[in-house]
Design a protein. Structure first.
Length: 594
């Protein structure tokens, strides 16, 4: 079909101006089709900014071509923040039902997904045509001009369960949501007249502390102050078109979205005893072709450093991720096992729980120690306390190039032994913690003597050394991937929670905090789970998190670093908390699609 015929078919439906990369293909035309495969060839053009009626918004978008013509997609999670589009339950990876100015009991609209690299884009081509949006591309920005709506009225109610705000419109329109801990700002692509603005009466409610409505030309901005920890539910209905804002403790909606083959996004309020807890998790089929799991760190060339999980996932090109094991936040060093493709980036500590896995979908949940020992040429034997670790203990620690290019002393009065090709090369004393980095050889390692300088005489230059290294239990050594955290919560369907056994303090064992965990079901599915607090506002202890995991069907489960580190990431966005509230972390577990 010629470009001219495409243009005739589109006349009056959608205006789309091509960027330079497509000008030689179809000029200024975008053909509207419906068949979208889940996996994609490389995009023809893409970017990270959308100009919506002149307002610049951060949102990934992509353009591609399939058998039906040229298409435009926007990141699925970003569609909520930039347009207000809600994702509904999806049991197929080829269609994503949405709610956007529709009736909940009617057949929902659907958008077709396409995964490109680590992001999932939803095809908005038809939606743009139906709504009369004008779209064009300028470099990395997708420019969208939508018809401006009018605010007819804003009504506020105080039902028994909380607060409700209803914004009546004369047509559907995009809106953006920005939330902090206590403030929610709703920006509508709709204008409000002085007469309507004068008629709006807003008061404090059951949870709402204040409401303000302001006019900004062709935009209307609604601000709400609400208690910390309560998230609003913002959705839309048709006939008449209106936006609903519900403020209630149980505002979380159930989700069950087959996001990609082998990867499902779940959200549900789980009952434990008389309490109810909103839980967000990802359910993975580790035997799905093209899906894999790996530990991720902010900087693979050095174990020093922390970053937001979303940043680490994006630079690793992970599609999804959950925060991982413990670390020293001040020194930004790991405190637990991280094994990547058979290499110990960081060794285990304190017999703590760990998860190990391979590329065939096999997993093991165990408490783990690494037993290393050196034997000299005259038969002297010395145990190694730790490998590549930020955990400090008297004795001999070992550091390899997987730790980084250099080692910086972690305690006073350390003695550094340089070993190359299984032979001692030199000794170097470091008087103060933080002393200048000592190069770590690629064909050897450094031994660090702490609080035991008397054994330095054993390591005279020229001494040959033999190293033995084994995991306990031994079967964990065959797994190329491993991540330690703890405590181990469930093993073979039995609760095995014992924080003291794994070297955790009593305060840690009793603490109530946000929680994250990784688990396995009897069907072999892997669950990446986060939970923050009960509907009554109380945080969760380890026993309660274990009960939640049992409710989700876990037969094996490991607690991960919780508190402010708790973060679940999917497709370019944090999905379980406000992105700006997530703390920086040292490591995580990434999910990769190819």
């Amino acid at each position: 079909m010629s470009a001219n015929r495409y243009s005739m078919m589109l006349k009056g439906r959608l205006s789309f101006k091509q960027g330079r990369s497509l000008g030689s293909i179809l000029g200024t035309v975008l053909f509207l089709g419906i068949s979208i495969p889940v996996q994609a060839s490389p995009p023809m053009q893409q970017g990270t900014q959308i100009s919506l009626d002149g307002q610049m918004l951060s949102a990934p978008w992509s353009q591609w071509q399939d058998d039906s013509g040229l298409r435009i997609g926007i990141g699925d999670r970003a569609l909520f923040f930039t347009f207000g589009i809600q994702l509904l339950t999806a049991n197929t990876a080829t269609q994503q039902p949405i709610q956007w100015f529709t009736q909940p009991n009617s057949q929902p609209s659907t958008l077709s997904p396409r995964i490109i690299s680590s992001l999932r884009y939803l095809d908005v081509t038809e939606l743009a045509a139906q709504k009369g949006w004008q779209m064009k591309m300028a470099d990395s920005t997708l420019q969208i001009n939508a018809s401006t709506a009018n605010v007819r009225a804003i009504r506020q109610g105080k039902p028994a369960w909380g607060d409700r705000l209803v914004i009546e419109l004369d047509r559907s329109t995009p809106w953006q949501t920005e939330a902090t801990n206590q403030d929610v700002t709703l920006t509508l692509n709709a204008q409000v007249t002085p007469d309507v603005l004068h008629q709006i009466k807003t008061v404090s409610g059951n949870y709402v502390q204040s409401v303000s409505v302001e006019s900004f030309g062709k935009q209307t901005r609604v601000r709400l102050r609400i208690p910390d920890g309560i998230q609003p539910r913002i959705w839309s209905l048709a006939k008449p078109d209106r936006i609903i804002v519900d403020i209630r403790p149980d505002s979380s909606i159930d989700r069950n979205i087959l996001w990609a083959p082998g990867l499902r996004w779940r959200q549900q309020t789980v009952a434990i005893g008389t309490d109810r807890v909103p839980v967000t998790w990802l359910e993975l089929d580790p035997r799905q072709p093209g899906l894999s799991l790996k530990p991720i760190v902010p900087n693979i060339s050095s174990m020093m450093g922390i970053a937001p999980l979303a940043q680490t996932a994006q630079q690793s090109q992970a599609t999804a991720a959950i925060n991982g094991g413990f670390f020293n936040r001040i020194r930004q060093l790991p405190l637990g096992a991280i094994r990547l493709e058979g290499r110990w980036l960081s060794g285990p500590i304190l017999n703590r729980g760990a998860i190990a896995w391979d590329n065939s979908g096999n997993f093991a949940f165990q408490r783990l120690t690494l037993q290393e020992a050196l034997t000299t040429s005259i038969g002297q034997q010395l145990p190694i306390t730790h490998l590549n670790s930020g955990y400090i203990q008297a004795g001999v620690a070992r550091y390899t190039s997987d730790w980084g290019a250099t080692y910086t002393s972690l305690s006073d009065n350390e003695i550094i032994i340089l070993v190359q090709n299984n032979r001692v090369i030199s000794q170097q004393p470091l008087a103060k913690a933080g002393s200048a980095g000592v190069p770590i050889p690629s064909n050897g390692y450094l031994l660090v003597l702490r609080s035991n300088q008397s054994i330095a005489s054993i390591f005279t230059p020229g001494t040959s050394l033999q190293l033995e290294s084994n995991t306990n239990p031994p079967e964990l050594n065959r797994y190329p991937y491993l991540l330690g955290a703890g405590p181990l919560l469930i093993q073979n369907s039995q609760i095995v929670l014992d924080a003291k056994l794994e070297g955790f303090s009593n305060a840690f064992a009793m603490e109530a905090a946000p929680r994250s965990a990784i688990a396995q079901t009897s069907a072999g599915q892997v669950l990446l789970v986060t939970a923050y607090k009960k509907l009554n506002g109380d945080a969760l202890n380890l026993t309660e998190m274990t009960q939640i995991l049992q409710q989700l069907g876990a037969i094996n489960a490991l607690n991960l670093d919780g508190g402010s580190s708790t973060t679940l990431y999917l497709g370019g966005q944090v999905i379980d908390r406000l992105p700006n509230s997530a703390a920086r972390v040292h490591n995580g577990i990434g999910i990769f699609l190819r």
